[in-house]
Write a protein that binds this ligand. Sequence first.
Ligand code: GLU
Length: 506
Amino acid sequence: MSDKKVRVRFAPSPTGGLHLGGVRTALFNYLFAKQQQGDFILRIEDTDQSRYVDGAEAYVAECLQWCGLTPDESPAVGGPYAPYRQSERKSIYREYAEKLVSQGHAYYAFDTPEELEQNRREIPNFQYGQVYRDGLRNSLSLTEHQVDELLDAHTPHVIRIKMPADERVSFTDMIRGQVSFETNQVDDKVLLKADGMPTYHLAVVVDDYLMKITHAFRGEEWLPSAPVHLLLWDYLGWKAEMPQWAHLPLILKPDGHGKLSKRDGARLGFPVYAMTWFDGKTGELTPGFRELGFLPEAFINLLATLGWNDGTDQEIFTIDELIAKFSLDRVSKAGAKFDFEKAKWFNGEWIKKVKGERLKVKVKSVLEEKGVVVSEDEYLLKVIDKIKDRCVLLPDFYQQAAYFFEQPKEYDVNAVKPKWTDAKTEFFIRFITILGREEVWDEATLETAFKALAEEKAIKTGELMLPFRIMLVGGKFGPHVFDIAALLGKVETITRIEKGLGVFTA
Ligand code: GLU
């Protein structure tokens, strides 16, 4: 590798919410940059005004922030190559398009959208390129005089690349190795549009050059555009500066048949976007991993393993481990199947892994949203530590934690009542008295007292534990019952036993 500072870019178009494949592209760029002590740049590719969606850029920025992928340069923080929004760079691109025209590598095309539409209708598989370009209205087919007249009259026109005939262009992809294309297969893409905006093809090359990008990692769907970009790097005289490219494998539907789409998420009941996206135009709400209760650590971790592994069985990685271990050599060429159950597994593992403190604010809001009052943070922390191993998604904390803050609203009486006996009633009445006198209040003391009394009354402990649990919790779930009682405290435990007795003996 050369000693040039590594500079990578994440270059989304602000057209809507971010698909998890988009975030993975950002992640792989980020990991590579940080591993190489390089810069991670966010560039907003908003030159297609017809696809521009309000709020999409802010969404991207928020999403990167949530994931902890902080750009070193971006529209928000600026940087030495500002502006980082292509629409604000509009004036830069024409010069390069004109240069290509003067070199004979591009040409003006005056065809109206209606004319092109008619061609598409009448000619099967119509492509603006070698086969048809001579019969169309452009600076290759018209005389110089005609072209000048059209330009002088400000006739709307675009600039197209002139794809050379019978050439083979190739490059070495960091994941795929040598990739080649026949120029005959590629149409004459528009480089500069009639509104003076560049298309993606021109803007991406010019900006990668001007912003001194050393490596460009993007989704596999961009591979077909590579020959156009390769030729532009060459024609503009920048070939030696061309970034190294890697085209990342697709994220596939769970059955492996085709790219995972937004529709698949809706059909199969899981999110495909990083965060919930609301489309102001259509009113459509697309659910996101964040809102479903994923931790960003887990989201990043699961994205990293979609198409990459470190060569061992390790699956849980912190961001620092990912930075240290990431390598494009271990990114597979084949698409990676998305498995939502596995995604949830990652989240469960991360909930287990992080400290309670990390979850405190999130759990508090889960509880408060459901009307549960959380007054003491210290108590909340103890509760979180007791139950977090049972939670997979953040909203699970409601079911697992609510009873620590309020008495059960319902009791699973069917689990208790049919086997209820007077002896059990007597047991619990006596237990209340014992608890009332108890000076040490911890799990071990409570358990010892409970078991001693059960033995004295000659009732199997097993027959008493479930009713005790249901008195405290309301249902058949939660951690060890004495841990629950220890946390609830003396007064609350006694109150719940009394209330439970009332319910079971009613
Ligand atoms: N603007 C393109 C996109 O929306 C970026 C492709 C690239 O990274 O070159 O994905």
